[in-house]
Design a binder for this molecule. Structure first.
Ligand code: COA
Length: 283
């Protein structure tokens, strides 16, 4: 789908990039020539991911850091920056989430999610952004949000408020930092069944089936589909896209939004009845 050397020479930092969507993006970018740097809390996962990338001859490295902790973020980014000579792209993928009724979530539970998703993303973006600006370098930031950043969603309230903040950050800095050569965009994924998603948000086969059946495409997303979108958005070919959020959900959120969309579940009998009503309304 892309030219072989599309991302050649780009140094890409992916937070939470050792597993799931983050790893899929890192892997796809590496196959197009990018050097990959990963940051997460779990060193065993990082080692495994970097080893897999290196099998294909990719230049890859990692640092262990919790993005909630700004001093860890600064240290990790500074040392990766020195190792790489520059970082050109930041992919804000690291997140935390769980399903629960909001009245059951403690203050600490809220903080575990909002400090990871919102503060963590701000920590990474502002630290790297300040470096780019002070050195007069350009850069690209791509953040993974969620469609409930604008629709809201029951049962994931800490994540919803934090993702809404990340989207606001994306649109705000797109304007403020655009003149400095820094592009800010976001992807809002629908259902992609990673291990994290399966264990935290879709723990039963019934839930997976329900999500699949609700989707207009009648399926879940494939990881290479979101990786392709990310590659496009961080490539120079999309250089005029700034401040945008691209949804990749098979139409899931629109399905939930349209006033008459639930009619999708009705069959021929209903539509035959509607047809039989034609022209009768004024009689
Ligand atoms: N429901 C309600 N509260 C929960 C919860 C759940 N399912 N899971 C954790 N919490 C609360 C804990 O009870 C605790 O609050 P307390 O001290 O008042 O009891 C708080 O969250 C922190 O929990 P802890 O176990 O210390 O976890 P943590 O701070 O290491 O991180 C997550 C919690 C959710 C952020 C963690 O699982 C994580 O980092 N996940 C990353 C991967 C991920 O979620 N990916 C998203 C895939 S869609």
């Amino acid at each position: 789908m892309f030219q072989k050397d599309l991302l050649k020479g780009k140094n890409i930092l992916v937070t939470g990039g050792a597993t799931g969507i983050g790893y899929a993006i890192a892997d796809a970018a590496s196959r197009l020539g990018a050097n990959i740097f990963l940051m997460s809390r779990n060193e065993a996962n990082l080692q495994k991911a970097v080893a897999s990338l290196r099998v294909n001859g990719v230049n890859a490295g990692y640092r262990v850091a919790n993005i909630r902790d700004s001093s860890q973020v600064k240290q990790a980014i500074d040392s990766l920056y020195s190792e790489a000579g520059d970082l050109n792209v930041l992919i804000n993928n690291a997140a935390g989430n769980f399903l629960n009724r909001t009245e059951n979530i403690s203050e600490n539970g809220f903080r575990a999610i909002t400090e990871t998703v919102l503060n963590g993303t701000l920590n990474c973006t502002t630290h790297l952004g300040k470096k780019w600006i002070s050195e007069g370098r350009s850069g690209t930031v791509l953040s993974i949000v969620a469609t409930y950043a604008w629709t809201g969603s029951a049962f994931v309230v800490p994540s919803a408020v934090a993702k809404a903040g990340v989207l606001a950050m994306t649109r705000s800095l797109a304007v403020e930092w655009g003149p400095k050569g820094i592009r800010m965009n976001a992807i809002a994924p629908g259902p992609f069944l990673t291990e994290g998603m399966a264990s935290r948000l879709m723990p039963t086969e019934e839930m997976v089936d329900a999500v699949r059946n609700k989707n207009p495409m009648k399926r879940l997303g494939e990881l290479d589909e979101i990786a392709n979108l990310a590659v496009f958005l961080i490539s120079d070919g999309s250089g005029f896209i700034n401040g945008e959020v691209v949804t990749i959900d098979g139409g899931e959120w629109l399905m939930g939004a349209g006033q008459f969309n639930s009619l999708m579940n009705l069959g021929d009998e209903f539509w035959n009845f509607i047809d039989s009503m034609r022209g009768k309304k004024s009689q």
